[in-house]
Write a protein of this length. Structure first.
Length: 413
């Protein structure tokens, strides 16, 4: 997104840009240096000091609490301190301090690349992206419903959609969901713009064999492996992958290794991680599962490029970025046969029922043993990816912001 703004600014835009960030010295921001770019802290100085104090107190108490059964009580208390309760999602909490701060900085229009409650709590005109509404679509998953999460999300998305100048969806399916769920709050199809994802900009275009070998050695990986970059949320479906690999071992007499990466430093993720690793041991496939933890950006390209395939039987969409990243690096894809993802991949991925261990196992077996299939899917992915370029992305961003500016001006008039 920042690269798109930067190109626009460099070529044809007279607007001034202010980037609000928690880390104004971040290298990505500093790379945008220019007379028309200004970097500001997300909140004014006095508020930042108070937030820092609260974080330090909360963090210090966490160390004192330590491990044990009382830790769950501490986690509950911490949630209450960190996130306001939203029993009535139509009751908006106003943020006059941030409103004044944005106005002092001369802001006419805000752009939120992901949902933020300060968008509607400050009353400054804004464009905001909404990339999924899973708390409405699949509330059975605790990561979108437990511990007040569903209520918070409804507060965030309902008001974010209702008060936005324009909204951004990742796909036509995502747009359909936004209009279906929040049309009664004044959201019209004309106010929802589609801006598909791109693969991460830090990925290398080409990965040498020496770089693949370096990463393989660094993480002690086998010569052949599947890859799944995903944090350990239940909807990511790690457990069924484990069960599918066990099925391949016992029924197909085929040993298949997989590499998991991603963090689990949160209550639900930690629980999911522990269950997945226990299941690995119960089913006797410890040696086939390689968990490498958090992976820095510079190693991700080689992990994709060296993989036999990306295996991503997720329950969530509508679209997913790792699929694009795999395509960019010639890695064939196995993913979920569900609404949204079907439209994203078309014929450029092998689809499996995410609820069926047998379906996932069959798909993995086909990819693991059929080189022609892998090559066909990799070529189809590359072709599909080439139809939507960074230039296309930038042009859509410009169109969205120009329309938003016109809407703000017409209201002011």
């Amino acid at each position: 997104m920042l690269h798109a703004f930067c190109e626009w600014k460099r070529k044809a835009c007279d607007d001034q840009f202010i980037v609000f960030a928690e880390q104004v010295a971040h290298p990505t921001l500093q790379s945008l240096n220019g007379p028309d770019w200004t970097f500001k802290p997300l909140v004014p100085e006095h508020s930042r000091f108070l937030q820092k104090e609260i974080k330090e107190i909360v963090g210090g108490l966490g160390h004192i609490v330590g491990d044990g059964p009382h830790r769950e009580a501490w986690r509950w208390l911490r949630r209450q301190l960190q996130r306001p309760r939203h029993s009535n999602p139509d009751l908006v909490r106003c943020r006059p301090d941030l409103k004044r701060w944005f106005e002092q900085c001369g802001v006419d229009l805000m752009f939120y690349p992901w949902p933020q409650s300060v968008s509607f709590e400050t009353g400054i005109p804004y464009v905001m992206a909404i990339h999924d509404l899973q708390h409405r679509l699949q509330p059975e998953f605790p990561e979108v419903s437990a511990n007040g999460e569903r209520e918070y999300r409804e507060y965030l998305f309902r008001n974010g959609a209702r008060h936005a100048t324009l909204l951004i969806a990742d796909s036509d399916v995502g747009k359909e969901d936004i209009v279906n769920f929040y049309g009664s709050y004044g959201v019209t199809p004309q106010r929802v713009k589609v801006l598909p994802f791109l693969a991460a900009s830090y990925l290398a275009v080409e990965v040498s064999e020496s770089e693949r070998q370096r990463v393989r050695t660094t993480y002690h990986l086998p010569d052949r492996y599947l890859f799944y970059p995903a944090q350990f949320w239940p909807h990511k479906n790690h457990a069924r992958i484990i069960q599918a690999l066990a099925l391949l071992k016992t029924e197909y007499h085929t040993d298949v290794s997989i590499v998991f990466c991603g963090s689990h430093s949160e209550e639900i993720r930690e629980s999911t991680y522990n269950k997945v690793m226990s299941l690995r041991s119960e089913l006797g496939i410890d040696c086939e599962i390689h968990y490498v933890g958090y992976v820095p950006n510079e190693d991700m390209s080689a992990l994709y490029a060296g993989a036999v395939a990306l295996v991503m039987p997720t329950f969530f969409g509508p679209t997913n970025i790792p699929i694009l990243e795999a395509w960019a690096l010639g890695c064939p894809v196995l993913t979920s046969d569900i609404r949204g993802i079907r439209e994203q991949v078309a014929d450029a991925a092998l689809l499996a029922d995410p609820r069926s261990v047998e379906s996932i196992a069959e798909g993995i077996y086909r990819l693991w043993t059929d080189e022609n299939l892998r090559r066909t899917l990799a070529d189809a992915g590359h072709c599909r990816l080439s139809k939507y370029t960074p230039d296309d992305f930038r042009n859509r961003v410009i169109e969205i912001l120009e329309e938003a500016k016109d809407r703000v001006r017409s209201k002011a008039d």
